[in-house]
Design a protein. Structure first.
Length: 253
């Protein structure tokens, strides 16, 4: 009997020890996550505190830098504006000078500008100043429109007087704003022995002073000696144009 009781007591003790071990392990398992949670909570609370202080400093430094940058940009912009104004003024002065040179009209005693280049009916381009000097006496007659009655009469008059003009060492050029094709047709149809200037941009017409607003031409003729304008006749009839030109050239001999 005593042996059985002792074995029961021993088994009960073992059971109690097992239960105690289970409780200890269970408590240990429960306590670990609790401890972890507390630790994580503490860490989460401390992180924002650590981050907030540098954020305030960065915002201040950025605002200060922005203010400095704005001041610099404004100064640069002002300087750039001043430079642009001076450039624009220079460009306007240059444009005004160019316009004055183009608009300036030749009067008797003036030389043909060396930069003037004209196009003939066959699209050949010549320097008018050099051409006038090379030919000694140059007659340029201006007419409003090729192949019109009055212009045809004027052109045929210079054609008929061409041999007499040639004997006086005079060269003849016709002038209008017609294009090269129209001038070629006019020259061939009327059998003109001289060349025609196709001044479509009215450059020479304006220079000679025979431009009529807006893009028309006043019938005229001009006589040059060695590139210098000697006789200028504006608003002249077709017949008087070729007759007086011949008489004036004789006087210049």
């Amino acid at each position: 009997m005593t042996v059985r009781r002792s074995t029961r007591i021993a088994s009960q003790k073992e059971d109690l020890s097992v239960i105690a071990d289970k409780k200890i392990t269970s408590n240990a398992r429960v306590s670990k996550p609790v401890a972890d949670k507390k630790v994580t909570k503490v860490v989460k609370k401390t992180k924002p505190v650590v981050k907030t202080t540098p954020v305030v400093k960065k915002s201040k430094s950025r605002s200060a830098k922005k203010e400095d940058a704005i001041v610099v940009v404004d100064d640069d912009d002002k300087e750039d504006d001043k430079e642009k104004i001076t450039i624009d003024d220079d460009e306007e002065e240059e444009e005004e000078d160019e316009e004055e040179e183009e608009i300036k009209e030749l009067n008797e005693g003036d030389k043909i500008p060396e930069s003037i280049e004209v196009e003939l009916q066959d699209s050949t381009k010549i320097n008018l100043s050099k051409y006038a000097k090379d030919n000694h006496i140059l007659v340029i007659f201006a007419y409003p429109k090729a192949s019109t009655p009055g212009c045809t009469k004027q052109a045929k008059g210079f054609r008929d007087e061409f041999d007499d003009l040639k004997k006086l060492n005079a060269t003849v050029l016709g002038l209008s704003a017609d294009n090269s094709k129209s001038q070629t047709s006019f020259k061939n149809k009327q059998e003109l022995p001289y060349n025609l200037i196709a001044d479509t941009k009215l450059q020479l017409i304006t220079l000679l002073g025979c431009k009529k607003f807006p893009n028309k031409i006043t019938r005229s003729h001009f006589i040059f000696v060695d590139g210098i304008l000697k006789i200028k006749k504006i608003k002249i009839s077709p017949e008087d144009s070729f007759k007086t030109a011949l008489e004036d050239i004789k006087k210049l001999q």
